[in-house]
Design a binder for this molecule. Structure first.
Ligand code: ATP
Ligand code: MG
Length: 771
């Protein structure tokens, strides 16, 4: 341990060896907060603290895994295994498996992911006969999520005139009823959504003092990374669990609080000293991650925020190169700049792909970058897109498994009752739902008594329903003896799923088939890993829990030597040698949606601070003069954040073929040719906002009429499909609309799907959901 302690500076050493009592480390990016947390855990263990008594909460499961690995290096594998480490969601899901029965949940409860929750809300809104353009599932979902994260239960909602008034003002007076129905339905289905994992934990710890005492006793030492982004619900859990021993160590940086839009409460970090007695406060000031230029640039940006704790961040690292700012003509050019710069750096400095990261404000920006990287054969991985487990064919398989384990799971049942097709139509399913609600039973229970219940379903259909029920019951029997792998393999074959997946024999079908095989491999690994640890126990249940809680960063597969692409939100806590922050434009970053109040703008600025401080050696900021957004080519203006960086840390590089000098040049002329680089002075931006036309934010489904562009939109089916829309296809999964062409019944859309790439689909037949 001594060897490791010597790898800390004095300011880091002190909190690392401070064993007891409440403490907070507030420090800027790259100053070693996460390192201190990691070493501190190892130190506690070396001082005789039982590893079973330590709880560490991290931002991603990947971060927890890395931390555990590091600790295992120091104290040995065996001991590190007993640590409770993970995200709030994964840790408390585990506790709820043991304790959920107090709240009336089965130990095999299902975890509904966002997709499941939104589907359920969609059907509730439909059943209630509400207008779906007003009660948009996504908005309703995020509204309910915010109630839950603020611990507003259904009962509390109906007692809160402010909330009711706010929802009524937003033309959704029946939100409360939807909320109630949603909670009831989840409960009946034995399901918890992501927010429930925290809300129900709070309920458990509040209503059952003996349960609270048990876990207070277990988790005698609690450590929380990225504390600035905890929400109210998480705050209360930490507070309750640490109340007895008060051995709580939180680390964070108020300047990196970037989840307020999802309910994170920066006051949790600001008020920590009031919450506990004799809090020790530590500050770390030396940054070990980045060059002087990057640290200087980041400091000068965050200076512009009014609400902040005063902090010093400095570094003894080399000066490095200045932050480079690049202007392009179009987003295509921007992508080419990124790709050619990566190539250049790789060649000149022998850097691996994994030294590079491309960060963006919104997922939609990734396509242009991807295209350019692909053309240059640069391997990349997008984090946080559609995760493996959210792909349609994978969700279909796991829906079978979920239903086997928890027959009350309504969303799983609805997903597969007619998949592969068994001649059970939507009308029948609707009737089953109504009947189940009427009887206060689950749909599966209704199915099990289909001959006795009097519902309007004909004999032929009843036979089909009976066959389905028998099939699922046979799987349940098999689950008593077989392991998760044997069961899943059997299910995929005997249900006809495998056949269905590759029915059309297309390359996409082949990809889907390979995905299912990949899932089977994953389950096999999981089962084998489990047998190694102890007796297998409930392998299927545990596997499904891992699947449900796989976070956006966890899907790291294949060759690790790739360029990482992700939103800035996801990049928190990570570091890369070379970082590109693309789309540095007004209305995109800062986002047009976040410019109404100072606090929103300050959150955007913190986000930019996070982005810059991910870079170790070099940061590039890129912006373009025009960009396709909402199906329309719009003029773009450089982000105010570029200007906010102190001049001494910035270097403006811009293609020599600048349109302001030669307006005849069009984006296409550049093609793949690498633009020559020339140094320019900083771009001059109009300071006065008054001569700007008012900003207009297009709502997603608004029809945009563009004079210059070809038919970029269609309103063939409900809503309007526009170029740039993200859609979901029943077979190809999610995709982005690239082009729309043709007229009337022949309207076709060219869509770039996650699975299978670009496809042209006749909209008359394509079953698309606009997301
Ligand atoms: P962030 O705010 O971005 O989460 P952080 O404060 O958690 O950053 P770390 O990730 O712990 O910072 O550390 C940043 C980098 O500096 C890491 O690569 C870490 O290994 C390294 N580092 C931290 N402390 C030291 C030290 N005393 N000596 C050498 N390297 C260090
Ligand atoms: Mg960190």
């Amino acid at each position: 341990m001594e060897k490791y302690l010597s790898q800390l500076n004095e300011a880091q050493y002190e909190p690392t060896v401070q064993v007891d009592g409440p403490m907070i480390i507030i420090a800027g990016a790259g100053s070693g907060k996460t390192r201190v947390l990691t070493y501190r855990i190892a130190y506690l263990m070396s001082k005789g603290v039982d590893s079973f008594n330590i709880l560490a909460l991290t931002f991603t499961n990947k971060a927890a895994k890395e931390m555990k690995g590091r600790i295992a290096d120091i104290v040995g594998d065996g001991e590190a295994k007993n640590l409770w480490m993970g995200t709030f969601h994964s840790v408390f899901a585990k506790i709820l498996r043991f304790e959920g029965h107090h709240l009336g949940f089965p130990s095999n409860f299902t975890i509904y992911d966002t997709q499941d929750s939104q589907k359920l809300l969609g059907s509730i809104i439909k059943e209630m006969g509400l207008e779906k353009d007003i009660y948009k599932t996504k908005q309703v979902y995020s509204r309910i999520s915010s109630y839950k994260n603020n611990l507003v239960t259904v009962k509390a909602y109906f007692k809160n005139p402010d909330l009711i008034e706010a929802d009524t003002a937003a033309r959704r007076p029946r939100m409360g009823e939807i909320y109630k129905n949603y909670v009831d339905r989840c409960f009946k289905a034995g399901a918890m959504d992501f927010d429930d994992l925290l809300l129900r934990t709070n309920e458990l710890l509040t209503r059952f003092p003996n349960v609270l005492a048990q876990y207070q006793n277990k988790f005698r030492y609690i450590l929380v990374d990225e504390y600035q982004d905890t929400n109210h619900s998480q705050y209360l859990i930490v507070r309750a669990l640490s109340d007895r021993f008060q051995n709580i160590c939180v680390v964070g940086d108020d300047a990196q609080s970037i989840y307020a839009f999802r309910g994170a409460n920066i006051n949790n970090i600001l008020n920590f000293q009031k919450d506990y007695d004799d809090v020790k406060v530590y500050r770390l000031e030396q940054n070990y991650r980045s060059t002087k230029n990057i640290v200087g640039a980041a400091n000068s940006v965050i200076e512009h925020n009014k609400t902040k704790l005063d902090k010093i961040v400095w570094t003894a690292n080399t000066e490095g190169e200045k932050v480079k700012v690049n202007r392009s003509l179009t987003d295509g050019d921007e992508g080419r700049f990124v790709a050619s710069t990566i190539m250049e750096n790789k060649m000149n400095h022998q850097l691996p792909n994994s030294d590079f990261a491309v960060l963006y404000r919104t997922n939609a920006q990734s396509r242009a970058i991807e295209d350019a990287l692909r053309k240059r054969d640069i391997p990349y991985q997008i984090y946080g897109g559609l995760s493996f487990y959210q792909r349609k064919e994978i969700k279909d398989v796991t829906a079978y498994l979920r239903l086997i384990l928890n027959p009350a799971d309504e969303e799983a049942l609805k997903r597969i009752i007619n998949y592969p097709a068994r001649g059970i139509g939507q009308t029948t399913i609707d009737r089953l739902v109504v009947a189940a609600n009427g009887f206060g039973k689950t749909i599966f229970e209704v199915l099990q008594h289909i001959d006795e219940v009097d519902i309007n379903i004909n004999k032929g259909t009843k036979n089909k329903l009976r066959d389905f029920t028998t099939l699922i019951e046979s799987y349940q029997v098999m689950n008593q003896t077989a392991n998760a792998f044997e069961l899943t393999e059997h299910v995929t074959k005997s249900s006809g799923l495998i056949r269905e997946v590759n029915k059309d024999g297309t390359p996409e079908g082949q990809v889907r088939l390979e995905n299912v095989e990949e899932l089977l491999n994953g389950i096999k690994d999981f089962v084998e890993g489990q047998i190694e640890i102890a007796d297998a126990g409930d392998s299927l249940g545990e596997f499904l829990e891992d699947v449900a809680l796989a976070t956006d960063l966890d899907g790291d597969k294949g060759d690790p030597n790739h360029v990482a692409m992700m939103t800035i939100h996801l990049a928190k806590g990570l570091e890369f040698s070379h970082v590109f922050v693309v789309g540095m434009e007004e209305d995109l970053f800062p986002s047009a949606m976040s410019m109404n109040t100072r606090s929103e703008l300050e959150e955007e600025r913190r986000l930019f601070y996070v982005a810059l401080t991910r870079a170790e050696n070099q940061a590039y900021l890129t912006y373009t003069l025009s960009r396709y957004r909402w199906g329309k080519l719009i003029d773009a203006e450089p982000s105010r954040f570029i200007e906010e960086i102190d001049d001494q840390f910035v270097d403006i590089i811009t293609p020599i073929n600048d349109p302001r000098q030669n307006p005849m040049l069009s984006a296409d002329i550049f093609g793949d040719i690498e633009p020559n680089q020339i140094r320019f002075k900083k771009p001059i931006r109009r300071k006065s906002e008054s001569n700007k036309p008012p900003k207009f934010v297009a709502p997603k489904n608004l029809k945009l009429v563009s004079k210059s562009s070809p038919p970029d939109k269609t309103n063939l089916f409900d809503g309007t499909l526009t170029v740039g829309n993200i859609v979901e296809h029943s077979r190809f999964g999610k995709g982005e609309v690239l082009k729309i062409e043709g007229k009337g019944a022949d309207v076709k859309a060219e869509i770039n799907f996650e699975v299978g790439g670009i496809k042209k689909l006749l909209l008359r037949f394509a079953k698309l959901d606009v997301l």
